[in-house]
Structure formats: C-alpha cells, structure tokens
Design a protein around this ligand. Structure first.
Ligand code: SF4
Ligand code: SF4
Length: 285
C-alpha cells in the first residue's frame, strides 16, 4: 500500500484505494508479484494467510522479517468485520510510526502507485463517482482484481472517455448495466491500442455512436489498414533511435505506436508524421 500522504490530491487517491468501509484494494501488495498474478485467484489460501498475519501481529507485535516480495506478513485485516484488507505496518495504523521498513521493502511500498490511481486522481468528482459505482458490492478480493473489477479496467481509457461516459449517464450505472451497454469497450476495443483514436473520435461522436456495430466495423477496417501500412514502413535500421517512452508525446499515442503498430523505438519526426496522418484519418472519419 503506497503512502497516500505524499501524493497530490490525497483525498481522491485514497478513495480509490479504500472507497468505503466494505472493501479496500491491496493489489499492489506485496510489491513484487509474478506476471499475471491476481489475488482473487487465491482467495481461500490468502484469506487464511491474512487471518494468521492479523493474529500474529496482534499477539506478538512487529518484528524485523524480510519478505521475499511474493508474500508479506504485514498484509492483514484492518477492521473488526474482517472485510478491509491492507497494510498493518502503515504509519496511519501505528500512531505515525512507519513499520514497513521491517519488511525490507519500505521504500518500494512507499513509492508504489498504480496507473489506475494516477488516472483516478485526475478525474472530476462526477466521473470519479461514476467509476466507483461500478465497483459497488465487490469484496476486497474482487475489488483488487483487474479481471473482476470493471472500474479499474475503465480507468485505463483515461479521463476524456470516462468524463464523456459520466455525462452520457448522469444517473450513473450499476456494474451489470455498464457491462451490457458498454461491452464494446472491453470486447471490441482495447485501451492500450484504441484510447488515442477513440479520444479523437469523441470530439465529434457520442460514445453510443462509437459503440454501434457499423461504426465499429468501419473503425476497425480503417485502423487495420493504417496499422498494416505503418508496421511495414518502419523498418529503418536505426537502432539508436529513442525508445518510445523517451519521446515527448501523449501517453495514449505512445501506446498506439507500441500496441497498434508494434513499434518500440522511433525518431521524433517519424512519430509526429504518423500522428499527423492518423489525426487526419480520424478527422475525416
Ligand atoms: S493497486 Fe492502486 S488502488 Fe490498489 S492499493 Fe495500490 S495504489 Fe491503491
Ligand atoms: S509492508 Fe505493507 S505496503 Fe509493504 S508489501 Fe507489506 S503490506 Fe504492502
């Protein structure tokens, strides 16, 4: 669990980590996990482990025990009802004393901040409420799971799409209704590849128009042709070109280059030329 006190927009950030007194997120604990690991797939074993951690912490207090990174003795239940799961070593629970260094991972624990929390911290209140409504009723395991929590997946689309969604649905949506009406955001599109083009299209089209099957078919066809052309074009033997993350470009466009075109490096001028061409294609769409 990161150190919310050191982040900007503390209230909004903390709200995503712990939105109410029925659930909390512990997805970033411990800080090193195997690729694709999901706490929710191990709920039974982890629940037992959290019970033991909570009992031992209450019985024996903290001790210096270096963790491997895959399991942490500081992760336990935070409330009497045993529904909130989080860091028992956080200064907020220990009269201001930060006990996380006892695990050997204190610096990493304080630093760890997921991409979803960063995006959430920049949302307007109505959009933040829309996102959290999608997670209503989930327990801490499901809430911490990218597979089971659509709110976290929606955050990958970024503020523009979320704000457009919140405006289209001013009364909010429950999880089932959202997954039914906006299935195309998960089934037909992928934020890593499509967030940049979709954001441009949102300047001219309503989100519900984007979800129409005729619109999606045309979008897919145009983008597939565009991607094929630029996948082939970028075979310049310039291995000292900057990596994409070094370019001064919007993160969604960098993701487009990486995931739609398969690029890992680019000259700034190449990337800008593709961006201009893509912008033109979408403006004329
Ligand atoms: S994974 Fe993100 S939302 Fe969850 S506790 Fe960590 S920073 Fe908060
Ligand atoms: S010390 Fe706390 S923040 Fe760090 S991994 Fe363990 S439970 Fe998470």
């Amino acid at each position: 669990m990161p150190d919310s006190a050191s982040k900007n927009n503390t209230a909004r950030f903390s709200t995503l980590c712990s939105p109410d007194d029925e659930k909390s997120c512990f997805a970033c604990c411990p800080p090193i996990r195997p690729a694709g690991y999901d706490h929710a797939d191990h709920q039974q074993a982890l629940t037992r482990q959290f019970w033991e951690n909570t009992r031992d912490f209450a019985r024996y207090g903290p001790g210096e025990k270096i963790i491997t990174g895959f399991q942490c003795w500081g992760l336990g239940f935070l409330d009497q009802k045993r529904v909130m799961i989080g860091c028992m070593l956080h200064p907020g629970r220990n009269q201001g004393r930060d006990l996380r260094d006892l695990t050997g991972y204190g610096d990493k624990c304080r630093r760890e901040l997921c991409q979803e929390a960063v995006i959430f911290s920049g949302l307007a209140s109505a959009s933040a409420e829309f996102v959290l409504e999608l997670a209503r009723g989930l327990n801490s395991f499901a809430y911490s799971s990218l597979k089971r929590n659509p709110a976290f997946r929606l955050l990958h689309w970024g503020p523009k799409l979320i704000e457009s969604l919140a405006l289209s649905e001013p009364a909010g949506l429950d999880r089932d209704e959202y997954l039914k009406r906006y299935a195309f955001l998960e089934r037909d599109l992928d934020p890593k590849r499509d967030a940049y083009p979709v954001e441009l299209l949102l300047d001219r089209f309503d989100l519900n128009v984007l979800g129409r099957s005729d619109f999606l078919t045309r979008y897919r066809d145009d983008l597939t042709r565009f991607s094929a052309r630029h996948r082939q074009a970028v075979t310049l033997p310039l291995e000292n070109r900057p990596y994409l993350h070094q370019l001064d470009l919007p993160s969604h466009f960098i993701n487009f280059l990486r995931h739609a075109l398969g690029w890992s490096r680019s000259l700034p001028s190449q990337a800008e030329a593709v961006r201009r061409e893509l912008d033109r294609l979408l403006i004329e769409f």
